[in-house]
Ligand binder design. Structure first.
Ligand SMILES: C[S@@+](CC[C@H](N)C(=O)[O-])C[C@H]1O[C@@H](n2cnc3c(N)ncnc32)[C@H](O)[C@@H]1O
Length: 357
C-alpha cells in the first residue's frame, strides 16, 4: 500500500465515513443479538405483553436474568426494544414485534441473520476461491445458510406470490385453477412450491434441486403442511424430468447456475407451447451505478461468496451474479429461444419476470 498523506484527508469526510463504518460494525454485533433473541424466544416472550422487567422477561423465556438484562441493554441501544426509565421496564412495540417476533409476518427478519453467519463461517473458503478462481458449491457451505435463505425469501413468497406475482402473469392463474403442471426449479426448501400447491389444489407441482439436503427438507415441510399435490426430486435445471409443463418457475436460483442459458433452453424444451416461465430474481438495475442501496449491498455481498461461487463450481459458463438486472436476464432467455420477455412486477427485493416462447 502506498503511504496516505495526512494532508489528503478531509476531516469532515473522515468523520462521516467513520461514523458509517462504526454503525455497520455495531449492526454486525447486533445481528448476533437478534439471532439469540430469536433462538431463545426472548422477542416472543415480550410480544404483546406491554412493559416488563428484565426478571419477568427472563422468567417468561426460561433464561438467566443477568444475561437477559445485558441483552436488553443492547436492544435498547439499537432501537430494537423500548425502555421506560421511570419503571425500569422494557417493551417490544407492535411494529418491533411484527419484525422480530411474529414468524408468520411478511417482514420477519431474524432468520435472515443465519445467512451472514454462514458467510463468516465459510470465510476461509471465500479467501481461497478469490485467490484460485475456483468455485464453492451451494452444498459445501455451513448448514445455517439453507434455513437462512429459505427464511429470508419465504416472507416475500407468503406476502406476494399467490396474491400478486402469479396474477401478474398472462393467463397463468386460470390455468392453475383448472389444473396445470408446474415445475419449481432450484426449489431449495420448497416454500414457494408448497404455497402454490396449497393455493391451487387442482394443479400438480414438481420441485427440483441439485442439493439433496434441501430436497429432503422440502419433502418434510410439504408433508408437515399436509400438501399432497407436490413432489420433490433431485434434478438439475438443464436436465430435470417431466414435460408439457404449463408453468416453470425459477425462484432466486437462475443466477446461481453455471449455465443459465442451458437451464432456460431446457425449460423451453419441456414446457407446453403456450407455457410460461416465471423468473423471480433479486431486484437489480442494469448498471452498477444504479445499484447503490442497502438491498443492493446485501445482494452483492451474498452474490460474491454464494451465488458467483456456486455458478463457478458448475463450470461458470455465464456467471450472472445476484445483481444481474433485467437486460442480462432477458438476453439469456432470448438466446435460449424465448420470443417474449417482460417485467411483470418489481418490489424492493425482487424482480418478477415472464418469459414465453
Ligand atoms: C438461493 S437458493 C434459492 C432456493 C429457493 N428457490 C428459494 O427461493 O428459497 C438457490 C437454489 O438453487 C439450487 N441450484 C443451484 N444450481 C442449480 C442447478 N444447476 N439446478 C438446480 N438447482 C440448482 C441450489 O441448490 C439452491 O437450493
Amino acid at each position: 500500500m502506498d503511504m496516505i498523506s495526512p494532508k489528503a484527508i478531509d476531516p469532515a469526510k473522515l468523520d462521516a465515513f467513520l461514523a458509517r463504518a462504526v454503525g455497520d460494525l455495531s449492526a454486525g454485533y447486533g445481528g448476533v443479538m437478534v439471532s439469540l433473541g430469536n433462538r431463545l424466544g426472548l422477542y416472543k416472550a415480550m410480544a404483546g405483553a406491554g412493559p416488563l422487567s428484565s426478571r419477568d422477561i427472563a422468567r417468561r423465556a426460561g433464561c438467566a436474568e443477568r444475561y437477559v438484562r445485558e441483552w436488553l441493554g443492547s436492544q435498547v441501544a439499537g432501537g430494537y426494544v423500548a425502555y421506560h426509565a421511570s419503571s425500569s421496564t422494557y417493551e417490544l412495540t407492535p411494529e418491533q414485534a411484527f419484525v422480530l417476533a411474529d414468524e408468520d409476518s411478511p417482514v420477519f427478519i431474524p432468520n435472515a441473520w443465519a445467512v451472514p453467519a454462514s458467510m463468516w463461517f465459510d470465510e476461509d473458503k471465500a479467501v481461497e476461491a478469490f485467490r484460485s478462481g475456483s468455485g464453492v458449491a451451494w452444498g459445501d457451505h455451513n448448514g445455517r445458510l439453507y434455513c437462512g435463505v429459505a427464511g429470508f425469501y419465504r416472507n416475500a413468497y407468503r406476502a406476494s406470490l399467490v396474491s400478486e406475482w402469479l396474477p401478474a402473469l398472462d393467463g397463468v392463474v386460470e390455468k392453475l385453477e383448472a389444473g396445470a403442471r408446474v415445475a419449481d426449479i432450484g426449489c431449495g426448501h420448497g416454500h414457494s412450491t408448497v404455497l402454490m400447491a396449497q393455493a391451487f389444489p387442482a394443479s400438480q407441482f414438481h420441485g427440483f434441486d441439485t442439493h439433496p439436503e434441501s430436497i429432503a427438507a422440502a419433502q418434510r415441510i410439504a408433508a408437515d403442511a399436509g400438501v399432497r399435490n407436490a413432489t420433490f426430486a433431485i434434478g438439475r435445471a438443464d436436465g430435470h424430468s417431466g414435460k408439457a409443463y404449463d408453468l416453470i418457475c425459477f425462484f432466486d436460483c437462475l443466477h446461481d447456475m453455471g449455465d443459465p442459458q442451458a437451464a432456460a433452453k431446457h425449460a423451453a424444451e419441456v414446457m407446453a407451447r403456450d407455457g410460461t416461465v416465471m423468473l423471480v430474481e433479486p431486484f437489480a438495475n442494469d448498471r452498477v451505478e444504479d445499484n447503490i442501496s442497502p438491498v443492493a449491498r446485501l445482494y452483492y455481498a451474498a452474490s460474491t461468496t454464494l451465488c458467483c461461487a456456486h455458478a463457478i463450481s458448475e463450470g461458470g459458463r455465464t456467471v450472472l451474479g445476484a445483481q444481474a438486472g433485467e437486460a442480462r436476464l432477458a438476453d439469456v432467455f432470448r438466446k435460449a429461444g424465448f420470443r417474449h420477455f417482460r417485467r411483470a412486477v418489481a418490489t424492493p427485493f425482487n424482480l418478477v419476470l415472464e418469459a414465453r416462447l
